[in-house]
Every structure is written in structure tokens, then in C-alpha cells.
Design a protein around this ligand. Structure first.
Ligand code: SAH
Ligand code: SF4
Length: 348
């Protein structure tokens, strides 16, 4: 298969067209079509000659590397897209509708090797990394159909972005420079992969960082986020502090609320002492049901009590409103395989 256009940066697109015997300017025109206007077909690029477009189609040069296999629209407007990749794997992305903005939740891998026991992606194991083009294409696919501009991107879909750091950084640069999404509107959520965080720091990539903490001591975190055995809290938290201090940005700590596992007032106080001195925000996430996890969500009142302890200690603390649960589009419900056939068939 010829290399798809989406995934090439501006310079690579220019070089591609020069190699085709066209001018570099064609590359800039095409960059505008695919990245600024989210065109998905050659036929949409009406200021290019029909002869050239026909030649590209005849040569089988795809615009994007993925195609929409299924869409699932939740009652709250959250839309889950199941995308087919060239090797017949599936990848999932979610468009989230907020009152004031649209957010694209994108995946960085098919599956995930970290294996958190409360997460559907983790329970399914690791399949492969996504390429920069496959990451960017998720945003473009959703933008193509969106009612307005998708202004925010969160790497909170399938996979651990900082175990695919090279491709995630390349995708971030395309999203920033070509698609024009501000770095400060991009959030990378990580289970705490220290070399990846260090690389973001070293390359001064000013994305927002969200750390999936879920436990405030190593014994519990080894169980809930197994990569903690490799990157324990004693190394992770000082690095988070350095990230916040160096980038002058507030970090987010995510904490999924699991009944009788990590939700007691003592555990809230343990969290407070762990995070003391780190410029951060705490986001409590009620657990979304996942078949086979054996774990369940904390009661709403337990979550509020936990929030109060953390908030009263001086941390801004929010409880994440779960979106898309009815279509298994919510955090940690993405599996990357086709669900049993049901409503919402693919639009052609
Ligand atoms: N791998 C990265 C990013 C993807 S997961 C990470 O772990 O940060 C995005 C967020 O959803 C993480 O905070 C993750 O812990 C959380 N999550 C996973 N499964 C969940 C579930 N079943 N219910 C609620 N949140 C979940
Ligand atoms: Fe991987 Fe994140 Fe799921 Fe853990 S929560 S298994 S790191 S996707």
C-alpha cells in the first residue's frame, strides 16, 4: 500500500509532491486540505487539477490510514468511533461534547502492556503501537464529522502514550504545527513512565501532563498500576514536582475510585501527604464497569467524602463526570475490537 498522506509533516508533503514531478506548492495545498479542512478524499481537493487527483487515486495513494468501521452515539452526545487499520486491527477514539467545547480522546496503541486490572484495554493485552499518522487520523476523522472545531485533544484512549513516545511526540508536532491545535490544549495521560516524562521535559514539549496515580503507596499501586514496580512513587513524585516547577504548569493526578480498594478517608489523607508541595489538580474518576475486572465503583457519597479530604487540604479536586458509559465509550472501556453487531452501522 502506498504511504497515506496523513502522518506526513509539511516538509514531507512538499518532498512527496516534488518526487511526483509536481511543485512543492502542491504539498502546501494538500497540507491545508487534509490538516486544516479535514478532507478525507482526493475528490474534495477542488483546487488541484482533476488529472493529478485522478492519478493519485489510480496509484492508490490514500488520504488517511484509517477508515470508520462503526460509530456509537451515547445519550449524552459522546461518540465512539471504531477505526479499521491497514492490518485489520481496530482502534477506538471518542469525541466528547462539553457545553463549551469539543474534545477528541485518542488512542496511542492497540491494546496496552501495562495491564491495570480495572481497565478494559489493559485486560486485553498489547497488540501494537500506532503510527503518528494513525494517531493524527483519529482527530481528523472526528473533526471531519464534527459540528464545530475540536479544540482539545486528550491521549486517554487505548494504550500508554509514553510507551510509544516517539510516535506520540511526532503526532503531537503534526497536530500542533499542521492542524493548529495549541500544545496547551493537548493532554498526555500516563501511568507514570519515567523515561517518557523525562523526554517531554528535555524536549520542552509544553503539553499538559496527567498522571494516573490511583494509589498513594507502592504496595497498592503495584497491584493497581503494575508499572509501578518499575517506576515506583519515590521516583515518580519528585519527577512530577520537577515537571510542574520547570514547565510552570499545574499537573493533573487522576485517581480512579474503586470500592474498598483505594477509597477510604485514610487513603485520602495518604494521598494528600504524598502530593504535598506538588502544584497539581486532583481528578477523581468513578470507575466505569469493565467485564471481568472484579472491581467496582465506589459509592457516590464515599467519593464525595474522599474529595472533601483532598480539597480541604488545599488541592483543587474534581469528580469526573462519566460520559459515554452506555456505549462503552467511557474511560477504560475501550477494547479495540468489534463489539457484537448492534445499532449504528457504519455510514459509507
Ligand atoms: N494509559 C494511559 C492513558 C489511557 S487511560 C493512562 O493510564 O493514563 C485514561 C484514564 O482512564 C487513566 O487515568 C485510566 O487510569 C483511566 N481508566 C482506565 N480504566 C478505567 C475505568 N474502567 N474506569 C474509569 N477510569 C478508567
Ligand atoms: Fe494501559 Fe492506561 Fe489502561 Fe493502565 S489504565 S492498562 S496504562 S490504558
Amino acid at each position: 500500500m502506498a504511504t497515506p498522506l496523513v502522518g506526513m509533516n509539511g516538509r514531507e508533503l512538499e518532498a512527496f509532491f516534488v518526487a511526483q514531478g509536481e511543485s512543492a506548492f502542491r504539498g502546501r495545498q494538500v497540507a491545508k486540505w487534509i490538516y486544516s479542512r479535514a478532507a478525507r478524499e482526493w475528490s474534495a481537493m477542488t483546487d488541484l487539477s482533476a488529472a493529478m487527483r485522478n492519478r493519485m487515486v489510480a496509484e492508490g495513494v490514500p488520504v488517511g490510514p484509517t477508515t470508520v468501521e462503526e460509530r456509537h452515539v451515547s445519550a449524552d452526545g459522546t461518540t465512539k468511533f471504531v477505526l479499521r487499520l491497514h492490518d485489520q486491527q481496530f482502534n477506538e477514539s471518542v469525541q466528547i461534547v462539553h457545553p463549551d467545547r469539543l474534545t477528541a480522546c485518542v488512542s496511542s496503541q492497540v491494546g496496552c502492556a501495562v495491564g491495570c486490572p480495572f481497565c478494559a484495554t489493559g485486560l486485553g493485552g498489547f497488540k501494537r503501537h500506532l503510527t503518528p499518522g494513525e494517531i493524527v487520523d483519529q482527530y481528523l476523522t472526528m473533526q471531519h464529522e464534527a459540528a464545530g472545531r475540536i479544540s482539545n485533544i486528550v491521549f486517554m484512549g487505548m494504550g500508554e502514550p509514553l510507551l510509544n513516545t516517539e510516535n506520540v511526540i511526532a503526532a503531537t508536532h503534526i497536530l500542533n504545527k499542521e492542524v493548529n491545535v495549541g500544545m496547551r490544549h493537548i493532554t498526555v495521560s500516563t501511568s507514570g513512565i519515567i523515561p517518557g516524562i523525562e523526554r517531554l521535559l528535555a524536549e520542552e514539549i509544553p503539553v499538559n501532563l496527567a498522571i494516573s496515580l490511583h494509589a498513594a503507596n507502592d504496595t497498592l499501586r503495584d497491584k493497581l498500576v503494575p508499572i509501578n514496580k518499575t517506576y515506583p512513587l519515590g521516583d515518580l513524585i519528585p519527577l512530577c514536582k520537577r515537571y510542574a516547577d520547570t514547565s510552570n504548569r499545574r499537573l493533573t493526578f487522576e485517581y480512579v475510585m474503586l470500592r474498598d480498594e483505594n477509597d477510604s478517608p485514610e487513603q485520602a489523607r495518604e494521598l494528600v501527604s504524598l502530593l504535598r508541595g506538588v502544584h497539581c489538580h486532583v481528578n477523581l474518576i468513578p470507575h466505569n464497569p469493565v467485564d471481568g475486572s472484579g472491581l467496582t465503583a465506589s459509592d457516590a457519597q464515599i467519593i464525595r467524602n474522599f474529595r472533601d479530604v483532598v480539597q480541604n487540604a488545599g488541592f483543587t479536586t474534581t469528580i469526573r463526570f462519566n460520559k459515554g458509559q452506555d456505549e462503552t465509550a467511557a474511560c477504560g472501556q475501550l477494547r479495540g475490537r468489534l463489539p457484537a453487531r448492534r445499532k449504528a452501522p457504519a455510514r459509507s
